[in-house]
Design a protein around this ligand. Structure first.
Ligand code: ARG
Length: 461
């Protein structure tokens, strides 16, 4: 059955049907499509646009169709798209009454409604996974506040930090990701149904009633925009993209930190792979795949943005191309969040190696400059003097914490005994008590603050 064949004298070509169909991927909308139809038909009955008994009959049949799909006894095939499939099945089951369902509706506002319902649920689901990941990161952070590792800029040792502060940094990113999804939810939570093909409808429908039944917070205010708008899909995929960016950065860190050269961390055997030719190898395939799949989600974002950009108002069939990028981004981000969470739970640390690395590379040089500033030297001069001390160490094979006081004093008379403490990594980490800094007290506060903000985001569930 086609929903539109009345006007035609010839059947469509099989090749054209195949090319046109979307059931192969939009079957994923079946749940939301049927739910939206149940709400729509209830409203049609309440407003007496169709007889109440017919509305009830349709609604009951829709419930049965949904149950059969869920059970797996009804195959989703043999129609142009999911909307056609459901209507076709309805008419098969209850005859002519089924044909009343589509009054005061078009597939254009129907698909936009289904998709918004789908994205709303998906946002909640992805945020739940982000929450689980942050909980894992918080646990790692809490267990590692006292351990020190090198912090890097330009991939060169910069300053010593607490291991916990490093993991908290990623929690902050994933918190923002939840915030971004939550914010986009507000704009997704608007019901297009009632916009019909594009100009609205002349039936006396009650849009607020349908919206209430479907738990939409609001209804769209312009029918042309409502059937054309896919901003919410682009936003959703953008939100997925930032999650992937953050996962990918962490994946990259883990790949580096687990090399033999660094050896700070080790991924457990369960989450590693071997080489088919080199028996000694333990490869980080999982973080590499997460990094690689990031490109794929960015591709989905580029796809949806490009689909939207050139189409004249209002609905055009191009918009059918919104679904595959959406589903692909969703599947990918969920798979990556899950596996990354597991991998992190099985990550182990070589705290001695991390600490030794943190002590090397003159990582407390900034502390010397800060010390001189606190003794009254302008920062630029302090920076220059410290640079000379580092050069002296390099030329004489020394480290900052092994220099004698009298050597320091050759560079500035402002140095006294205290400098020998100040250049120790522990001291350096502890000195940065500023909010957000590396000191244990600040890092513990950061953990508390992340926990607080996370709980606040999920206060209703
Ligand atoms: N499968 C279509 C889509 O995904 C449904 C809407 C079809 N509307 C139409 N006027 N042909 O966009």
């Amino acid at each position: 059955m086609k929903l539109w064949e009345g006007r035609f004298t010839q059947p469509s070509a099989k090749s054209a049907d195949d090319f046109n169909q979307s059931l192969g991927f939009d079957y994923k909308l079946y749940w939301h499509d049927i739910l939206a139809s149940i709400a729509h038909v209830k409203m049609l009955g309440e407003t007496q646009i169709i007889p109440k008994e017919s509305a009830e009959k349709i609604s009951d049949a829709l419930v049965n169709i949904l149950a059969d799909i869920e059970k797996g006894s009804l195959e989703l095939e043999g129609a142009e798209d999911i909307h056609t499939f459901v209507e076709q099945e309805l008419t098969k089951r209850i005859g002519a009454t089924g044909k009343m369902l589509h009054a005061a509706r078009s597939r254009n506002d129907q698909v936009a409604t289904d998709l918004r319902l789908y994205v709303k649920d998906s946002i909640v689901n992805v945020c739940g996974h982000l929450r689980a990941l942050i909980n894992t990161l918080l646990e790692i952070a809490s267990n590692n506040v006292q351990f020190i590792m090198p912090g890097y800029t330009h991939m060169r040792r910069a300053q010593p930090i607490s291991v916990a502060q490093y993991f908290n940094a990623y929690s902050e990113m994933f918190l923002r990701d939840i915030e971004r999804f939550t914010d986009s939810y507000k704009r997704t939570d608007v019901m297009p149904l009632g916009s019909c093909a594009m100009a609205g409808t002349d039936f006396p429908i009650d849009r607020r009633m349908t919206a209430g039944l479907l738990s939409f917070s609001d209804i769209s205010q312009n029918s042309i925009d409502a059937v054309s708008d896919r901003d919410f899909v682009a936003e959703y995929i953008f939100c997925c993209s930032t999650v992937m960016a953050h996962l990918s950065r962490m994946a990259e860190d883990l790949i580096i930190y687990t090399t033999d050269e660094f050896g700070f961390m080790e991924i457990s055997d369960e989450y590693s792979t071997g080489s088919s030719i080199m028996p000694q190898k333990k490869n980080p395939d999982i973080p590499e795949l997460v990094r690689g799949k990031t490109g794929r989600v960015y591709g989905d974002l580029t796809a949806i943005l490009t689909v939207i950009k050139g189409i004249p108002l209002s609905y055009n069939k191009d918009l059918q191309e919104d679904k595959e990028p959406l589903f692909d981004a969703e599947t990918t981000v969920l798979a990556c969040l899950n596996i990354f969470n597991e991998l992190l739970q099985h990550l182990s640390f070589d705290t001695r190696k991390m600490r030794n690395a943190a002590a090397g590379g003159f990582s407390t040089a900034t502390d010397i400059a800060d010390y001189l500033v606190q003794k009254g030297m302008p920062f630029r001069d302090a920076h220059a003097v410290t640079g000379q001390i580092v050069r002296y160490c390099i030329e004489n094979g020394k480290t900052l914490d092994k220099l004698d006081l009298f050597v320091y004093q050759q560079f500035s008379t402002l140095f006294d005994e205290e400098i020998l403490q100040r250049v120790k990594v522990n001291h350096s980490v502890e000195a940065r008590k500023v909010i957000g800094g590396s000191a244990r007290s600040a890092v513990r506060e950061n953990i508390r603050s992340i926990t607080r903000r996370l709980n606040r985001m999920f206060k209703n569930n």
